[in-house]
Each structure stands twice: as C-alpha cells, then as structure tokens.
Design a protein around this ligand. Structure first.
Ligand code: ASP
Length: 321
C-alpha cells in the first residue's frame, strides 16, 4: 500500500553516531551516546526541508542494550507508525547490537510502514564522521520506501539497505561494517532514492508479530542464553545456567549444526528438564538443517543472537497476566 504521508519520526537511542571525542582527529578514543537526537539532525543540512519530528528514547552505548529499552523503543515505534501523518520511522542506534534491535522490532511489530535503523562507525565529532551521511540516507530510504509501499524494519549504513533478518555487523572497524551475508543487501542508496535489488518479500520474515513483548513485564521475559560449541567444550556452562533458572538455550553449533558430545549431553539433559534448546550455526552464513543427530531443533537461517530473540519471543506468554 502506497503511503502519501510525508512526516518522518526520528528516534534517538545513542551509539557512536551520538558519540564525542576530545579531538576531531580521534576516531577511536571517544564516548558513545553523548549528543541528543536534535543535535544529530541539526548536523544534516540536507534534511532541513523534510518534515521531521524527533524524540530521545534512550541514550546508551548499544553494547549495553537492554530488554527494557527494547520494550520502550517498540512501544514508541508502534505509537508513531500508527499515526496517519507519519510516513516512516528512523532510529539512530549503536552499531554493536543494531542487528538484534532490528530483528526484535521486526518480530514484535512487523510494521506496516518503513522503520529504518542507522548508526555510525565514527563519532559525531570526527572530521570524517559517517553519521550525518547515514542519517540522511536513512531518512531518504524511509521516504522512498513509503512512496513505493515497502514496509518493515531495515538497516541503512554505508549506502546499503539491509533486511532485519539478514543484517549483521561483519567487521569491527570498517566504515562498511555491515552486510546481509549470502542474501546480499535489499538495495543501495542512489541520490534521493534507492535502487532496490530484491523484492521485500524475499527478505521479510513470515512470522506474525509477537506483540506480547510490548506489554509483558520485562523482568519476567523468558531468560534465554547462548552457549558455543567448540573444541574442548563441556557441559558446565549449561549446567550452571539450568541451575540458575534459564528457560531457553541457543547453541552456536559447529559445521552443519554439530555439537561437541559433552555439550550435547548437557543440552539433552537440560531439554529433559524442560529447557527449550535450539541449534544455530556459528559460521555466519547458511541455515542449520533438520533436528540433526542431536535431536535438538534447528534455528533455520537465524544467527545465534537472532535465534536467542526468536526463542525468547516464542517462550513469552501470549496473554500477559
Ligand atoms: N559501542 C558503540 C555502540 O554500539 C559502537 C557503535 O555505535 O559503532 O553503541
């Protein structure tokens, strides 16, 4: 459905895009999450003619992203996307967990309007800051998506548009740190618009939105943790987590979902005690096939961090008390 509204709401959450350093030459020794969303927008003169509203939802280094911020952010996105005059929502975010927030918002909201996350690899004070260009591109993608009826959560960084399910931070320092793995980006930013490389349906997860996360008490969200299978792995971590009341475990498995026998034994024992277990692969690309010899369900093409979100949402009661 085409969207004739033109107002863009920009929500700030912190990150390097809002970071400051003592000197404009400093791209690495900086403090994230210092500047307000209003200050970030003021640094992008190309957006002066675009109708924009902004709101500071959080101010964190996204390595410290919390479920409480996720819930607050999802509520604000739901609020704004429901407004008839809003064409789309842009979110500024730290790059460390941007892929997790993107997937969380897609799964919880499956928004009918574009929701675009962006960030930066260099602080706002850098002489070569990438944040202003990324923010400009994110707004352009939100507007361009609305014009052609593309909806859902995407990430826009370094001129590329990535789907929420596929996007990942693939490099710790490069300016083009993000990719979509073997799926490739949804499109590239070109001038004021976007050159789309694929149909949105190719990348959109089919799942219905898990709206319980909007209202369910964050303190009671199901606890799901990630363990890694590796040479010399054992079961002690799993046993400790089960003893600590974990409700779900995602194993980042080797190969095509294989798990070290000592870890597998502990995971099977956890499963027998009622803990939900999923196998994802630690290799980055591809999908884990079938339940495998371990009899532990696979997480499809989801990365371990996204499989954790998926399982947490699956375990969340759909009718909060
Ligand atoms: N630690 C920062 C963050 O995720 C990194 C960044 O934004 O690039 O907030």
């Amino acid at each position: 459905m085409q969207n004739r509204a033109s107002l863009i709401v920009v929500l700030g959450t912190g990150g390097t895009i809002a970071g400051t350093a003592p000197s404009a030459a400093d791209d690495s020794a900086y403090t994230a999450a210092q500047l307000s969303i209003a200050e970030l927008l003021a640094a992008v003169p190309e957006l002066a003619s675009v109708p924009i509203e902004s709101e500071q939802v959080a101010q964190v280094d996204s390595k410290d992203m919390s479920h409480a911020i996720w819930q607050a952010l999802a509520r604000r996105v739901a609020h704004h996307t429901a407004r008839a005059e809003v064409s789309g929502v842009v979110i500024t975010h730290g790059t460390d967990t941007l892929e997790e927030t993107a997937y969380f918002l897609q799964r919880v909201l499956a928004p009918a309007k574009p929701v675009v996350l962006t960030g930066a690899m260099r602080p706002a004070t850098s002489a070569r800051a990438d944040g202003p260009g990324n923010l400009r591109d994110a707004v352009r993608v939100a507007l361009a998506s609305g014009r052609v009826g593309r909806a859902g959560v995407v990430a826009v960084l370094a001129g590329q548009v990535h789907g929420a399910r596929q996007v990942r931070k693939a490099h710790p320092t490069r300016l083009d740190a993000f990719d979509s793995g073997e799926a490739g980006p949804l499109g590239v930013v070109q001038g004021d618009g976007v050159s789309w490389r694929s149909d949105p349906a190719d990348h959109a997860p089919a799942e219905a939105p898990c709206s319980a996360a909007l209202s369910f008490d964050v303190a009671r969200w199901p606890r799901v943790e990630i363990v890694v299978s590796h040479a010399g792995a054992g079961g002690a971590m799993v046993q400790a987590l089960v003893g600590d009341g974990v409700q779900g475990l995602v194993v980042a498995a080797t190969g095509n979902g294989t798990v070290h026998q000592a870890l597998e034994a502990a995971l099977r024992a956890a499963q027998a005690q009622g803990v939900a277990v999923r196998r994802s692969v630690r290799s980055g690309d591809g999908r884990v096939s079938g339940p495998g010899a371990a009899g532990l369900p696979g997480a499809g093409d989801l990365s371990p961090v996204k499989a954790r979100i998926d399982l947490m949402l699956a375990l969340m009661p759909s009718m909060p008390a």
